[in-house]
Design a protein around this ligand. Structure first.
Ligand SMILES: [Zn+2]
Length: 343
């Protein structure tokens, strides 16, 4: 299996985020990618660096307004007297996008509120370069399938599945899994995105919510008491042409391997019925029992089983790294999944 990683991703080093209102160190650090990279290397994977694909793959998913914002906001922000070192929103247009018509402000502060769902996606001087490198990593892995590989792994950082078409959130800026799926659509009529991250893939759901060509499935901790709170309920099934093409499997907090694998079995039955010809796995490793987010209790062996079940779908697959935070098992969890997948 090809293992794609760009070291430019490590330049993005967010300092803080707010958790229950308190300023905490941001857990989405370069070290988590270092751990995953070293684990991959130690297991014999050869690391490939991506080339630059330019803006086109991102523009196929994200709005031009949002891409312009991401590229330019840091410099504009720094011109505001007394502004914070990192771009962090302090106004939030609640109700968007389901509210009444709204204006699009010229103000950097106004736009930050418009394009950032929460405080967990600060933008610094290096963020855009790393975000593009993360997207290039996903696109490069996808191109490996076009060259005949059965599967490729993209060690993407920052992650992507909380990013909507025009909104960052939850450590995510560009939705790498969605971009990979859209790339695959060039050669595949029906593509499935299977998200096994601890958190619901709300951005991915939002991007494909009215489409029937990309089936989106997410298995995650119940949003009743867990981020992203407003999305991830089983009742969210798609809209218009997309009805029935979005499936959510919320699990009780603390669920371990058995409930997770049972949900995965149901997901696979639905995938079979959709008859896709390609798969994107949004691979979060934060459902692990030792992850600092402490939402679910999947074991390292459990990730191997999850990999095995997904591998048995026998679809050309791009595995895109999403969450998974510093803990002693992080590297083993990746290897366990990848080995299970390839078994
Ligand atoms: Zn997550």
């Amino acid at each position: 299996m090809k293992f794609v990683f760009s070291p430019i991703q490590s330049e993005h080093y967010p300092a803080h985020f707010l958790s229950s209102g308190a300023t905490k160190p941001n857990p989405e650090t370069p070290e988590r990618a270092d751990i995953l990279l070293e684990a991959g290397r130690a297991s014999g994977f050869k690391i490939t660096e991506p080339v630059n694909y330019g803006l086109a793959p991102a523009a196929a998913i994200h709005t031009p307004e949002y891409l312009k914002f991401l590229q330019g906001i840091y410099d504009r922000w720094r011109q505001i007297e007394g502004a914070s070192e990192e771009v962090i929103p302090n106004v939030h247009p609640n109700g968007r996008p389901h509210g009444i018509a709204m204006g699009y402000p010229a103000s950097a502060v106004g736009q930050a509120g418009y394009h950032m769902a929460d405080t967990a996606c600060p933008i610094s001087e290096t963020t855009w370069r790393s975000v593009m490198a993360s997207m290039n990593t996903a696109v490069h892995a996808t191109r490996q399938l076009e060259d005949g590989a059965r599967a490729a792994y993209a060690l993407c950082r920052p992650p992507g599945h909380h990013a909507f078409a025009d909104m960052a959130g939850g450590f995510c800026y560009l939705n790498n899994s969605a971009i990979a799926a859209q790339e695959l659509r060039q050669d595949h009529e029906r593509v499935v995105i299977l998200d096994v991250d601890l958190h619901h893939g709300n951005g991915t759901q939002g991007i494909f919510y009215r489409r029937d060509d990309v089936l989106t499935i997410s298995i995650h901790a119940d949003p009743e008491h867990f981020y992203p709170f407003y999305w991830g309920y089983a009742s969210e099934r798609g809209e218009g042409a997309g009805i029935g093409y979005n499936l959510n499997f919320p699990l009780d907090r603390g669920s371990g391997d058995q409930p997770f694998l049972a949900a995965l079995d149901s997901a696979c039955t639905q995938i079979d019925a959709f008859a896709p010809s390609a798969l994107v796995v949004a691979l979060g490793l934060d459902a692990h029992e030792s992850d600092p987010f402490a939402g679910l209790a999947v074991t390292t062996e459990g990730f191997g089983e999850i990999g095995k079940v997904i591998g048995r779908l026998a679809l050309p697959s791009v595995i895109v790294q999403e969450g998974g935070y510093a803990n002693p098992a992080l590297g083993s969890n990746l290897v366990s999944f990848l080995e299970g997948f390839s078994a």
